[in-house]
Design a protein. Structure first.
Length: 367
């Protein structure tokens, strides 16, 4: 990437895991704001459990990420078009595995930022979610484990393949809606709900296959794949897995507090992003059906940056959420208060990417 995208590398390329560090989701340096009303296709709602998060901020630039392994070259870089660290999948043929097993629920959401390189083949990267009977650090089979779903993120299309050991047939899906753009930050969202697979990108639901996954598939691992002769390679960051579809009604009305990770902002910004639509819509539904309920909306941050700046940012974000509920969902402003606590009320130590992600949240407290 010579023209539009510059990256800065320190050190040499490594093939084996080394060091580790953490931070906040990165987005493009400049990005047009889409209206909340145009984002009704964003119907997913992340839960309050963060199962996995890695933004590679605890990894040294130039090193291979500490929590991953591969049969191909890779390293952590920085990019001029976005903040934070990025995992450079700098091969045209290889598999990149997260080292640990994950206890995936039946209903979960995978999100990541991807910057496809301009040169090379059509495939930016493949994401494979799969299950295995016996733990295996690297399973380099075309279809690893005993069953799974292969999601191919391509420059012109989206392709999916559901597979299972002992089944010759493959369950396939395809779409040409809103493909990823080269040398730009693309935020991809994947919602797995039992056998159903949904993919979202650029304010659209680009794919929705009710039975794309074989019955009985239990996910426990994931990897990123590049295919010889077909891949261009990409940069990956802000990889997050959460549970999905929380019981907001019970949390807010019965327990008195709702914690959400489904309201999105750019780094150091207070403008609510379109991906927040599903979460805000559900919150508004609970409030509309319970007109006597009043709530306080409270923003929280991790400990990156200066304390006063974090406090100010959290207050502005809380206020922005209130404004969205009033302007776009017709909730009476007199029923809402807003505030921000900055980094003063962490729910976890700010010592890992996952814990920092847990601390970056919005809470709704019943008054």
């Amino acid at each position: 990437m010579k023209s539009a995208l510059k990256f800065f590398i320190i050190g040499t390329m490594l093939i084996f895991p080394l060091g580790l560090k953490s931070q906040v989701p990165a987005q493009p340096a400049s990005q047009e704001q889409q209206s909340m009303q145009s984002s009704s296709k964003y119907d997913f709602i992340p839960g309050e459990k963060i199962i996995f998060f890695d933004d590679f901020s605890q990894d040294a630039v130039g090193d291979f990420p500490d929590l991953w392994t591969a049969n191909a070259p890779g390293e952590v870089n920085t990019l001029s078009i976005a903040s934070g660290n990025w995992f450079n999948l700098n091969s045209v043929d290889g598999n990149y595995f997260y080292l640990k097993s994950i206890d995936f629920p039946k209903n979960f959401i995978v999100e990541f930022d991807i910057v496809p390189k301009k040169t090379g083949g059509r495939i930016a990267a493949g994401l494979i979610l799969y299950g295995e009977d016996k733990p295996k650090e690297m399973d380099n089979n075309v279809n690893p484990g005993n069953g799974g779903i292969h999601i191919s993120v391509e420059k012109g299309t989206w392709n999916t393949i559901g597979y299972k050991t002992g089944q010759n047939d493959r369950i396939t899906g395809s779409s040409t809606i809103n493909p990823v753009e080269q040398e730009k930050v693309n935020h991809v969202i994947i919602w797995v709900q039992n056998r159903r697979l949904r993919i979202y990108h650029k304010a659209a639901k680009v794919l929705d296959i009710p039975t794309n996954i074989y019955e009985g598939t239990k996910f426990s691992r994931f990897c990123l794949r590049l295919s010889r002769g077909a891949s261009c390679g990409s940069y990956i960051s802000n990889f997050r897995i959460t549970d999905a579809s929380p019981d907001m009604r019970n949390k807010l009305l019965t327990e008195g507090k709702l914690v959400t990770y489904g309201i999105y902002f750019d780094v150091n910004k207070d403008v609510v992003k379109p991906e927040s639509y599903g979460t805000l819509k559900e919150i508004a539904k609970v409030l509309t059906e319970n007109p006597g309920v009043r709530v306080k909306i409270v923003g929280h941050t991790d400990n990156d940056g200066a304390d006063p700046a974090n406090l100010d940012l959290s207050k502005r974000r809380g206020s922005s959420v209130k404004d969205e509920l009033v302007k776009n969902f017709s909730i009476d402003a007199s029923r809402l208060e807003s505030d921000g606590m900055g980094e003063t009320q962490p729910v976890a130590p700010n010592d890992t990417p996952v814990n920092k992600a847990l601390n970056r949240r919005v809470e709704l407290i019943k008054l």
